[in-house]
Design a protein around this ligand. Structure first.
Ligand code: PLP
Length: 398
């Protein structure tokens, strides 16, 4: 056959999407699977957002838009940053993308040269290393400590830095841990970033899903002087239960955004016109939906964390944001079921799926094999049932 590009061999398909597909397939076959692998809110998009999408079609917004997105939506993003954080961005400093994911992809493509190193704290979101590699960069994984509530460890980041380091990736609240980086760690990082002239990619996609009172610490709030060294990624997928509409954005230094626009104009042309109008309605319309989702997530999180921590040999840090719990199951590694050894998170997640009919994502996918990720964007009843099944499955290990 035709030879494939070498870059393809470096990466694997998204493991979370693959597990979700397997769980859905089992369900379609009539198997009673409880699915905790998904990374999307279990709510419909708000009705006014859907209406805005329909209206966009009726009003003829069915053509190409400016490549970087419609001006109204870029303005709405600027307004939001000013209102929420007091940050001033010009609409020219915003790029609308096909989900936060494609915005992040554009950033890596726009700033990485061959061999450039990207510091990625682990547990990390699955796509940062492959995005780095697809841009011919080198991911440098920096482990975070569960005992430190997965807070940034700036001293360890410093130790992993070389003269090839160009970028640090931040994701707070984090997928998969739900951790929020502390103001102290972010200030330390800010000093290092300034000293070395690095770029910070701050993936804030979960910033509106937070269980703590008051605003979350952010690198741009602890060090506003770093504005020219920080690029923000965000979107409507998680905040407004709009994963299928595929709208995200980036905000940052004009030169980087312009470079990204160039790439975007030669790849996707523009994000879906209809979805951009729906996203505009999400940002400017009633804000009840995110609040309602948070109200539902709270008791699920509490139940999950408490019942996981009650299991013998399991520890689970309480997430401060997002909708995932990330318990440590490593005390079960080395045990067996019917002669088959559980040698890590992949084997344990397989075991949970096969024997307990509970779909989860192995921590290995996030660079942390001791853990398993459960999404609590699932009904509380399903969480209760799953915990019983997991408890039974763990007890059956020898
Ligand atoms: N960043 C993180 C940390 C995520 O978890 C996700 C989605 O799973 C994204 C970015 C991208 O989301 P989307 O492309 O749906 O906006």
């Amino acid at each position: 056959g035709i030879a494939l590009a070498q870059r393809v061999a470096q990466i694997a398909p998204s493991p979370t999407l693959a597990i979700n597909a397997k769980a859905k397939q089992l369900k379609a076959q009539g198997v009673d699977v409880l699915n905790f692998s998904v990374g999307e809110p279990d709510f419909p998009s708000p009705p006014h957002v859907c209406a805005a999408g329909k209206q966009a079609i009726d009003q003829g917004h069915t053509r190409y838009t400016p490549s970087n997105g419609i001006p109204e939506l870029r303005q709405a993003v600027c307004d939001r940053y000013r209102q929420r954080h007091g940050w001033e961005y010009d609409p020219e400093q915003i790029e609308i993308s096909c989900g936060g994911k494609q915005g992040l992809y554009n950033i890596f493509q726009a700033v990485i040269n061959p061999g450039d190193e990207v510091l990625i704290p682990a547990p990390y979101w699955v796509s940062y290393p492959p995005m780095t590699q697809l841009a011919s960069g080198v991911p440098v994984i920096v482990p975070l400590d569960e005992k430190n509530r997965f807070d940034l460890d700036v001293e360890l980041l410093r130790q992993h830095a070389t003269n090839k380091t160009r970028v640090v990736v931040l994701n707070s609240p984090s997928n998969p841990t739900g951790s929020v980086f502390s103001e102290k760690a972010l200030s330390e990082l800010a000093r290092l970033v300034q000293e070395r002239g690095w770029l910070v990619i701050s993936d804030d996609i979960y910033e509106e899903i937070s269980y703590t009172k008051g605003p979350l610490a952010h690198i741009l709030n602890v060090a506003p002087e770093l504005k020219e060294q920080v690029i923000l990624a965000n979107g409507v997928s998680k905040t407004y239960a709009m994963t299928g509409w595929r709208i995200g954005w980036c905000a940052g230094p004009l030169a980087i955004i312009r470079a990204m626009n160039k790439i975007q104009s030669q790849s996707i042309s523009n994000p879906v016109a209809i979805s951009q109008y729906a996203a505009l309605s999400a940002l400017t319309g009633p804000q009840d939906a995110p609040k309602e989702m948070l109200r539902a997530f709270f008791p699920r999180r509490d139940f999950f964390v408490q019942s996981l921590n009650r299991l013998p040999g399991v520890s689970c840090v309480e997430p401060e944001g997002a909708f995932y719990v990330f318990p440590n199951f490593s005390s079960y590694y080395g045990k067996s079921f019917q002669g088959k050894k559980i040698d890590g998170s992949v084997a344990l997640a397989d075991y949970f799926l096969d024997e307990a009919r509970v779909a989860t994502v192995p921590g290995l996918a996030f660079g942390a094999d001791a853990f398993i990720r459960f999404s609590f964007a699932t009904a509380l009843d399903a969480i209760k049932e799953a915990m019983q099944r997991i408890e039974k499955a763990l007890a059956a290990l020898q």
